[in-house]
Design a protein around this ligand. Structure first.
Ligand SMILES: [Zn+2]
Length: 183
């Protein structure tokens, strides 16, 4: 499966001139929700990711909300595991909602749609570790960190994408007069 093709086909890979949440400008923007809104495509992505970890069993999958919720579900469905999510806590970290089952010693896979710095995926891993679970690996549909994201567990992605991000005053798209879109 060419996952970048799937992003393009579903309008999830946008090309132009975008103001990212970091304040930087980029010619590319990934809107995974546009792909994951199609259950059959989401399922295919979940199966492709789960296949990478067939030899490393885990009891649950966890993803940072909101982007990681659907992905966690489809990977867990394909792997026969539970699907959990972590959400932002007031202290800036992440927590797992009471009622979601995490047992001490449970092995888990942490997933996120797109990894840029890996920060939220790390916080989701920490949230599960805080409940006594043990990560086997981290995974993303797309790694756009340019090889910068690293974890203390193995990390796999279905595709890598190096997209430049410019400071506004050094942005060639601004200089060329391309209209800026907020995303
Ligand atoms: Zn610009």
């Amino acid at each position: 499966m060419d996952v970048l093709d799937l992003y393009r086909k579903t309008g999830a890979l946008l090309e132009g001139h975008f103001l990212l949440r970091s304040g930087k400008h980029s010619p590319l923007f990934l809107q995974s929700a546009a792909l994951l809104q199609h259950p059959l495509y989401a399922e295919a992505v979940g199966e492709a990711l789960a296949r990478h970890f067939e030899d490393e069993p885990f009891e649950f999958v966890i993803g940072p909300a909101i982007g990681g919720v659907i992905l966690s579900f489809v990977v867990a469905r394909a792997a026969g595991a539970r699907a959990l999510f972590a959400e932002k806590a007031p202290d800036g970290g992440m927590i797992i909602r009471p009622g979601l089952e995490v047992n001490p010693g449970d092995r888990f896979l942490a997933v996120e749609d797109v990894v840029t710095t890996g920060g939220s995926l790390k916080r989701a891993i920490d949230a599960a570790r805080a409940r006594g679970a043990v990560p086997v690996a981290a995974a993303a549909i797309i790694d756009r960190s340019g090889g910068q994201a690293s974890f203390d567990v193995p990390f796999r992605s279905l595709a890598t994408l190096s997209a430049p991000a410019y400071e506004p005053d050094g942005c060639p798209l601004c200089r060329a007069g391309v209209e800026l879109e907020e995303v």
